[in-house]
Ligand binder design. Structure first.
Ligand code: HEC
Length: 150
């Protein structure tokens, strides 16, 4: 038995295992968890963005609102067919039966966020932030289950 050859095989087997684990970690991120985490991030940005109404800062508004706009783009890909069957999903089945309208609302949320990020003064920002905030509730009223499954 050649020791150095054994070592080589151990190293190769180790690499294979590491690669397998990395793949498992990626596929473990299921779309339901990802969209819920992304929405939570949006809520956090909206909270930060809300505070900027009284203490307007154009650079901070841009960063915060760009995050919301990026989230809107990302969310579009997080409602794959069949993911309504996941017991953790808090999305109404209408997301899938009215996909075009749902995606239009996401696009609108993204556009309004990008617009708020371009505001040059507090008044423009406040108005833009308010329009953006209205998209949350109006979409939730239709597409989010009233009671999130446990
Ligand atoms: C295009 C529709 C749509 C828009 C616009 C939208 N949401 Fe949502 N939101 C949903 C849906 C659908 C769910 C349920 C997702 C799930 O559980 O699978 C959700 C869930 C959430 C959740 C709960 C996440 C969790 O942990 O389960 C929060 C918080 C949230 N949204 C915040 C916001 C905020 C803040 C905005 C506005 C900036 C917003 N959403 C805009 C559709 C939308």
């Amino acid at each position: 038995m050649n020791l150095s050859r054994n070592h080589l095989w151990a190293a190769i087997a180790g690499l294979g295992l590491a690669a397998g684990l990395a793949t498992a970690a990626v596929s473990a991120g299921n779309p339901v968890e990802e969209r819920q985490a992304t929405m939570k991030g949006v809520a956090k940005s909206m909270k930060e963005g809300g505070a900027l109404q009284a203490a307007f800062d154009a650079a901070k508004a841009k960063t915060t609102m760009d995050n919301v706009a990026a989230a809107a783009k990302k969310l579009k890909g997080l409602y794959p067919a069949g993911s309504d069957a996941d017991p953790k999903s808090g999305a109404d089945p209408k997301v899938w039966t009215q996909k075009a309208d749902f995606e239009k609302r996401l696009a609108e949320m993204g556009a309004l966020a990008a617009n708020a990020g371009k505001a040059k003064d507090a008044d423009a920002y406040k108005a833009a932030y308010k329009s953006l905030g209205e998209t949350c509730k109006s979409c939730h009223d239709v597409y989010r289950l009233k009671k999130k499954p446990a």
